[in-house]
Design a protein around this ligand. Sequence first.
Ligand SMILES: Cc1ncc(C[n+]2csc(CCOP(=O)(O)OP(=O)(O)O)c2C)c(N)n1
Ligand SMILES: [Mg+2]
Length: 283
Amino acid sequence: MLRAAIRRTAAAARPQARRTLSAEASITVDFPGAYTAHLGDEPAATAETNKTELLEYFKTMYTMRRMEITCDNEYKARTIRGFCHLYDGQEAIGTGVQAALSPEDSWITSYRCHCIALARGGTVEGVLAELMGQSHGQTGGKGGSMHFYNKEHNFFGGQGIVGAQVPVGTGLAFANKYKTPLGEPMPVAIGCYGDGAANQGQIWESMNMAALWKLPMIFCIENNQYGMGTSISRSSCNNDYYTMGNVIPGLKMARCRAKTKIHAIDATSACSLLTGLFPHRTA
Ligand SMILES: Cc1ncc(C[n+]2csc(CCOP(=O)(O)OP(=O)(O)O)c2C)c(N)n1
Ligand SMILES: [Mg+2]
């Protein structure tokens, strides 16, 4: 599944993929040691991109960071009430996933969803208004921090129950397969969840069904090393989460520094599109 999805993305078969449209000079980015594979081959540790794309990724991540810092401040000022789960430090994942997905692919995530809502067709205004309970918020001011949703852009939330998005995401993958006529490109589904959710029973049940029925499902673990202040070493007997699928190929995407063929840069903004390990984050 994961391997097939990556192969499909790499092939850039679909004409609407933005990266195929640019006629700009290509930049080759190397990120050695970024991947470790389980039950499959590692993809090439190099990517073709260009200045426009890189700037776009940086702008997205920078906007996310500024938005989350504002949310943080407003939460502390009590203009945002209720829950507020921030995504700062993890922006590269959302940005990278969005860059790899097609608009028709389905995306579902945890309560840590402000920036995914932004990436998946939202606006900063819509996110902030939602958090402040305004009717012009992205989900009418009724969802709040944990329940962003955007059906038009195939974003299915925003789930408050840890891990609950994974079986629902597997259902989205099933629907994508069921509804795709034979021979036509099949949208994938991606379910993002944390290290704290990774050992739940419903994850294993979902993986079993996804593997059994060969669903176009990507299980994406955002390992920020903590679940509500409990470190992964105290909650999981296996900290190599990418090896957890007993028949599902896994890929660890490590934090890395990239080098372009032009000059050496600290290109976290480019290469950590595929990063899987992040600094401490608690709810
Ligand atoms: C079923 C369930 N149990 C407990 C909680 C309370 N809770 C909220 S966040 C969280 C930690 C989850 O950690 P992780 O999956 O690593 O995600 P992160 O917050 O680090 O992104 C817990 C236990 C919940 N929301 N749902
Ligand atoms: Mg975590």
